[in-house]
Structure formats: C-alpha cells, structure tokens
Design a protein around this ligand. Structure first.
Ligand code: UDP
Ligand code: MG
Length: 322
C-alpha cells in the first residue's frame, strides 16, 4: 500500500520547557498512524533560550526532524508560513509548540483528509485553562472579524489544522506580507471540515503573545480581510461633510437675514472639534492601510533563514522566503 507523507509544522519561540514533551507526544501519535510517513518541521523563530540547541540535538537523534532556524524573531504567522514553504508532505499539519493543541487529534484529521477533506481545522469548544481576559478577547475577536470580513472565517479556530497539497499550494500562491494565516486558508476554499476539541493550558512557560502582539495580530486580520473600516470612514466623512455644509448655510443665513450673530461660539467650537476629530481618526485608519501598502511594495523577503538542518536536498525553499 502506498504511504503518504505528512509534514507537521511547529513554530517555536522560547519553548525550551515544552519542546521535549511536545516531540514525545507528537512522535507517539504519528508512529501509530498506518500507511503514513512523517517529518516534523520545527521553525525556530529567533528564540533567545536554548530552543535552537535543543532542536539541533533532537534532529541528531531523530531522522524525522527538520529544523529551520530564523535569523531573528519574525513572528508566529511568518514562522508558520516558512514551515509550510519548506516542507514537502502530501498533507501539512500546523500545531503550536506548547501542547495547547492536542497532537492526539491528528489521527482524526488524517482520517477526514483520507475521506476527501482538503482542510481540516481544529475548533475550540472550551478553553478552561486560559485566563478570562484571553478567552473574552479571543471570543470577541473571532466574532468581530467574521462580521467585517467578506468571506466567512471559522469561529474559535486557531492555526491548528491539516491542509492537503492543493490547499497548501494555493496558500503559498498568496504573496502578501501581513499574513493572517487562518483567514487566508478560509479564503482558499475547497472542502473544509471542523474537528472539535477543548483547548488546554500551556504545557510550560508563559504566552509568547503579549498584548502588543495580540493587537498587531488582530489589526492585521481585520485590515487584511475587510475594507469595512475604510467604508465606515468614508460614510462618516460624508455625513460630517453634509452636516458641515448645512452649518455653513445656517451661518450664512443667520448672518445675512438676522442681526443676532454674535452668539455663535458654541456651534463654532462644536463644528471645529467635530471635524478635526473625525479627520484625525480617519486619517489614522487610512494610514493603517497605506502603511501596509508601503510594506507590500518594498517586496522584502518575508523572513531570513540562518540555518536549515535535516531537510532532504531536493526540498523546496532553499533560502529566504519570497
Ligand atoms: N510563536 C512564534 N513566534 C512568536 C510568538 C509565538 O513562533 O513571535 C509560537 C509559540 O512558540 C507557540 C505558538 O507560536 O508555539 C503560539 O504562541 P503562544 O502559545 O505563546 O500563544 P497563545 O497560545 O498564548 O495565544
Ligand atoms: Mg499557546
């Protein structure tokens, strides 16, 4: 019987405490799946702890391991992209290094892929071990982005998913830099199916997503997948311009027809502040889009690889990302 190759992509940033256990659990799950060969691609996103050394040792002990070493921290979404770009599996599973996504779900993903699904995405039913703040912000975020986006993005689903080769190739054909991977996979289409799980807490260490990175991630998601903020800006802008025009007419009429002119300060101040405020807010929104356009036109590579260990010579992606 023909064996297929599964690539598991694991982005890692300062995960020295979790890595041995993550590798042990992944391996014990993957070894048991029939008719399947596998490789595990660890992408070290410029860790400052001993993760790189640890990955190197893991690679020496286990021929299934490939290590992609970034020259610095490029971020979770870029690390995922690089891993996907450098692997050569018939299907690819992306999974976090902290065991919040259970490797034990992979056999069910494989089963669904073998039955014809192109993408199988993990959907979190509950996340009992995470902070109330994280749960609520995540819940709100998925709902907001879904209502703003033109294409439906599955609720409560992270990057834990399986993609088959044609879904992967379509994803890699998207050259954009502000990569909101879960939205991009939804955009690709094909047959996508959910599998449900309860998201546990981190195996070890603390989150590598401080509030600043969360905000950046959420803005990227919304701006890459929606023009609604721009549309709101233009509608409110038009309304404000209309009101301002009415105000001008009012002022002219009052000036020409009546002689009660001086008591107009309130209106003047309100109009001034209102217009100024609106303009600043929407200049900001336009600036967000413009900044991203600027990032795109620079056409820098997405990431820089400092070392590749364990990859077969023929594997794609010899150096930097596009
Ligand atoms: N990660 C990464 N680069 C970063 C931040 C995070 O590769 O700049 C990895 C991290 O090692 C983990 C995954 O992305 O495997 C998810 O990060 P984390 O668990 O800290 O996020 P949370 O689960 O708290 O949202
Ligand atoms: Mg986590």
């Amino acid at each position: 019987m023909v064996e297929s190759l599964l690539s598991v992509v694991v982005p890692c940033y300062n995960e020295q405490e979790s890595l041995p256990e993550t590798h042990r659990r992944l391996t014990s799950v993957l070894e048991q799946i029939e008719r399947l060969n596998y490789e595990i691609v660890y992408v070290d996103d410029g860790s400052k702890d001993d993760s790189p050394g640890m990955l190197r040792r893991m690679q020496q002990d286990d021929g299934h391991v490939r290590v992609l070493q970034f020259s610095r921290n490029f971020g979770h979404q870029i690390a995922i992209t690089a891993g996907i770009e450098h692997c050569c599996g018939d299907a690819v599973v992306v999974i976090d290094a902290d065991l919040q996504d259970p490797p034990e779900l992979i056999p069910e993903m494989i089963e669904r892929w073998r039955r014809g699904a192109d993408v199988v995405y993990g959907t979190r039913r509950e996340r009992p071990d995470e902070s109330t703040f994280k749960r609520w912000t995540a819940k709100a975020f998925y709902r907001i982005i879904n209502s703003l986006s033109d294409i439906p993005i599955p609720l409560d689903s992270g990057d834990f998913r399986l993609m088959n080769r044609r879904a992967v190739n379509s994803l890699l054909a998207m050259p954009e830099r502000d990569r909101f991977v879960r939205g991009m996979v939804a955009w690709v289409g094909f047959r996508q199916e959910p599998v449900f799980y309860n998201r546990s807490g981190r195996f070890a260490g603390t989150t590598k997503y401080p509030l600043s990175k969360m905000i950046r991630f959420a803005t990227d998601g919304i701006i890459s997948f929606s023009f609604v903020p721009l549309r709101i800006a233009s509608w409110v802008g038009f309304t404000a311009a209309g009101l301002a025009f009415a105000g001008i007419l009012y002022a002219l009429i009052m000036r020409l027809v009546t002689d009660q002119w001086v008591p107009g300060w309130t209106l003047l101040f309100i109009a001034l502040l209102f217009m100024g405020g609106i303009q600043l807010v929407f200049l900001g929104i336009i600036g967000q889009y413009l900044g991203r356009v600027y990032g795109e036109v620079k056409r820098r590579p997405l990431y820089i690889v400092s070392e590749r260990i364990g990859f077969p010579e023929s594997a794609a992606g010899q150096g930097e990302g596009r």
